[in-house]
Design a protein around this ligand. Structure first.
Ligand SMILES: [Zn+2]
Length: 298
């Protein structure tokens, strides 16, 4: 089995035809490693933009790619055909640092080739997620590529950062450092329909109190002062990305605002509950510091 680390550079612009932003790939870089994780080949291609001919200042500054560089580039379909050929017939795992590049691949394949999948990919690992799991870091604290290199003592002085090939090389070096056969195999995703549904799924917040996802127990709160039940006389209403209601303690009669945030993910639902004491009018303005927040676990 081979491993191929891939990195992309793209240029984002507003496109009337799709009524939104489109991230057009302008460069692809990749590194091939054999089953012993030895680097055996490199791939690099510049793609001449067909949608937005002008590079944004952000892209030019970050990558140092100029409009002139791009004029020598090929088409997206041409570059992808060459890339597929380069990957070859051997069983290969594709790796990227976070799924962002993968989503940009999908966006471009959809736009240029009218397909909803990445044809060269049969198995995939998000190396950023794997790295964070290996180091037992929370998924919410995403570690950037340069930071991970620093943490692992990887010297990247010989490669161009923020260029596709340079970043693909660094991703390969990270893989060499963190790879562990048994944990790696568990992280491996088969690129099937379920996989594409999962990576393109957008988490949503429930803001309708009548939604069936709002379970009764989510709305039950106990007073943070005396432990008695809180009664909600007013209706639950949408508030920011959550639902909220004011209630009063049936024991000590303290007033509270309860807030429940329900996040619907692809295969789970996250619930965060907060209970905030409502201060008497005279001290709310001067005494914001003393605002106590009480989080109850379900
Ligand atoms: Zn109470």
């Amino acid at each position: 089995m081979n491993f191929v680390t891939v990195d992309l550079e793209w240029n984002g612009s507003y496109v009337k035809k799709v009524h939104g932003y489109f991230n057009e790939i302008i460069e692809i870089g990749a590194v091939k490693l054999d089953e012993n994780l030895r680097e055996i080949d490199r791939f690099q291609a510049i793609i001449r933009p067909a949608v937005s001919k002008k590079l944004t200042a952000l892209v030019t500054d970050l990558t140092n790619i100029t409009d002139e560089d791009l004029s020598d580039g090929g088409t997206f379909t041409g570059a992808m055909a060459a890339f597929r050929k380069w990957i070859g017939k051997k069983e290969t795992v594709i790796l990227t640092w976070s799924t962002t590049d993968l989503l940009v691949f999908l966006e471009n394949y959809r736009y240029f080739c009218k397909t909803d999948e990445i044809p060269f990919m049969t198995a995939y690992v998000d190396l950023q997620a794997y790295y964070q799991r290996q180091r037992e870091l929370p998924a919410s604290q995403q570690v950037g590529l340069s930071r991970a290199c620093e943490e692992l003592g990887i010297n990247g002085e010989d490669v161009a950062h923020h260029r596709a090939l340079g970043d693909a090389i660094l991703t390969g070096r990270i893989l060499q450092k963190v790879y562990e056969a048994d944990t790696f195999i568990k992280t491996l995703c088969k690129a099937d329909d379920d996989f594409y549904r999962r990576i393109t799924f957008k988490n949503t917040f429930v803001t309708d109190p009548e939604s069936p996802l709002v379970k009764k127990e989510y709305l039950r709160f106990c007073c943070s002062e005396c432990g008695k039940r809180i009664q909600f006389k007013k209706k639950w209403r949408p508030r920011h990305r959550a639902i909220a209601a004011e209630g009063i303690c049936t024991g000590c009669e303290k007033k509270f605002t309860a807030q429940v945030q329900i996040k619907q993910k692809y295969d789970s639902v996250d619930v965060k509950r907060k209970l905030l004491p409502i201060k008497e009018v005279e001290d709310t303005e001067n005494n914001q510091e003393g605002k106590k927040e009480h989080v109850q676990e379900i």
